[in-house]
Design a protein around this ligand. Structure first.
Ligand code: NAD
Length: 468
């Protein structure tokens, strides 16, 4: 039996079946993982539904105390969480430590928020208030690239608003979520938080479940469309954080040596498996060759390996399917452009891919038009900044984007024209708990984090009284 259990109705339980979680650095099992049956999902939803009336009536201070205790539990187990995260996800231990620490910080952020009623009228005629009520059971569906932090985008906000939750991590990275379940068993009242693992077969069951009132989903655009369609029947609320193809535009006044490592970092973090990784790099023609040479040099120097080893800067791709998909992107890029660094897998064990730079490539190529979600960076030449923005906007995606320039005001003016949910100047992928995060176009519906994200876990209610 696995040492990992699911948390259902306050009890730690085995799954209906068990299959291993694979360490992508060596293709060996990290541990066996319980997998829930449809019946166990139903039990988790029933427990959350039964726990909702009492939890939704608790005062905010009580909920905040629970969130802070969860943060304490994460922090007290930081090193163990980070190690497990590296083993199941692949990222370097330093990055895993940062993610775990960030997850605790996001719980603390929401523990400090409030949802005060807005008094619109209060006079001799009567009183009118706009209130924020919880929705009921919220289903949280998580992808495999940031299992801990993305859970912390959703769970604390849902709980603070008075909802109960059923959490489903991705089938290839469930262990950190299950570990959290074991740690919070005695912190959270039974049924308020339920954490199950599946074999990639229960997401659809959650989205159509009649007793789940909202789905908070992070994952691919293709699956996001299925979530929306399947949620329609029960008119479930959905927030969808989906795929991206972020453009990063380098203007003609930067210092290539200074800028290149930052741009490369924005593309290669987490082996490129970041929804807001820089995925299309537009560089002005005046410094195109210099930047490409610098990218190739730096990519060639990156230390790729098992994230548990010291000094490793980039780990493997998280799973075999993604590994093969990214190798397919490289093959097509060899036809569509010129590979100037990397271009192949690394070694013959583990899902490692060399940091890859492709130049002389443009729109119409698969690597430019589609989301690669891997360490393969296309560098595209442009001559007119306004045209670069137009080309950046010509994507169906609209998650993030950035403009880089010495003259930050000039970059700001161009940033205003970008059609994405977040636009950065001289940085990329700066996510903070108090800033709403969400995608335009095919990158999502709604937002998470900040006041806006918190409110998405609520229903507006107007209380309107006439004084007799
Ligand atoms: P995915 O869509 O394959 O899976 C995400 C989750 O959905 C998993 O838990 C999976 O089990 C579940 N799922 C599978 N089928 C489902 C269905 N029919 N209904 C409901 N849930 C279902 O995505 P992935 O490959 O795990 O993650 C990578 C993608 O996620 C990339 O496109 C990336 O850009 C995106 N992403 C977006 C954000 C964001 O905030 N916008 C953040 C991280 C990742």
């Amino acid at each position: 039996m696995s040492e990992f259990k699911m948390l259902i109705d306050g009890r730690l339980v085995d799954g209906a079946s068990e299959t291993p979680v694979i360490n992508p650095a060596n293709e060996e099992a990290v541990a066996g993982c319980p997998r829930a049956s449809k019946g166990q999902l139903d039990q988790a939803v029933a427990a959350a539904k039964a726990a909702f009336p009492a939890w939704s009536k608790t005062c905010m201070d009580e909920r905040k105390a629970v969130l802070n205790k969860i943060a304490d539990a994460i922090e007290a187990n930081l090193a163990d969480f980070a190690r497990l995260l590296t083993q199941e996800q692949g990222k370097p231990l330093g990055d895993a430590t940062g993610e775990v620490y960030g997850a605790a910080a996001f719980f603390r952020y929401f523990a400090a928020q409030d949802l005060p009623a807005k008094v619109v009228t209060n006079d001799a005629s009567g009183r009118i208030e706009v209130r924020r009520k919880p929705l009921g059971v919220v289903g949280c569906i998580i992808p495999w690239n940031f299992p801990m932090i993305l859970m912390a985008f959703k769970v604390p906000a849902a709980l603070l608003a008075g909802n109960t939750v059923v959490v489903k991590p991705a089938p290839t990275t469930p262990l950190t979520a299950l570990k959290l379940g074991a740690l919070i068993q005695d912190i959270v009242p039974a049924g308020v938080v339920n954490i199950i693992a599946d074999a990639n077969d229960l997401g659809g069951e959650m989205t159509k479940h009649p007793d789940i009132r909202k789905i908070s989903f992070t994952g691919s655009t293709e699956t996001g469309k299925k979530v929306m369609a399947s949620a329609a029947d029960a008119l479930k609320r959905v927030s969808l954080e989906l795929g991206g193809n972020d453009a990063l535009i380098v203007l003609d006044d930067v210092d290539p040596k200074e800028t290149a490592p930052k741009v490369l970092g924005a593309a290669m973090q987490n082996a490129g498996q970041v929804c807001i990784a820089a995925k299309r790099i537009y560089v002005h023609e005046s410094m195109y060759d210099a930047m490409c040479d610098e990218f190739a040099r730096l990519a060639g120097e990156m230390v790729v390996g098992d994230g548990l080893e010291q000094g490793v800067q980039m780990g493997p791709l998280q799973n075999k399917a993604q590994f093969e998909k990214v190798l397919g992107f490289i093959e097509s890029a060899k036809k569509d452009g010129k590979v100037i660094a990397g271009g192949a897998r690394l070694g013959d064990k583990g899902y490692f891919i060399q940091p890859t730079i492709v130049r002389d490539i443009a729109e119409g190529a698969k690597l430019v038009d589609e989301e690669q979600f891997g360490p393969v960076m296309p560098v595209i030449k442009y001559s007119d900044p306004a045209d670069a923005v137009r080309r950046a906007n010509a994507s169906m995606y609209g998650l993030g984007g950035s403009i880089w320039a010495k003259d930050a005001d000039r970059a700001w003016a161009l940033a205003e024209e970008m059609e994405s949910g977040s636009v950065w100047v001289n940085k990329h992928a700066d996510i903070q708990p108090h800033l709403p995060f969400g995608g335009a176009k095919f990158s999502g519906v709604g937002s998470e984090l900040g006041e806006e994200g918190l409110k998405e876990f609520t229903q507006v209610q107007v209380l309107n009284m006439a004084r007799a």
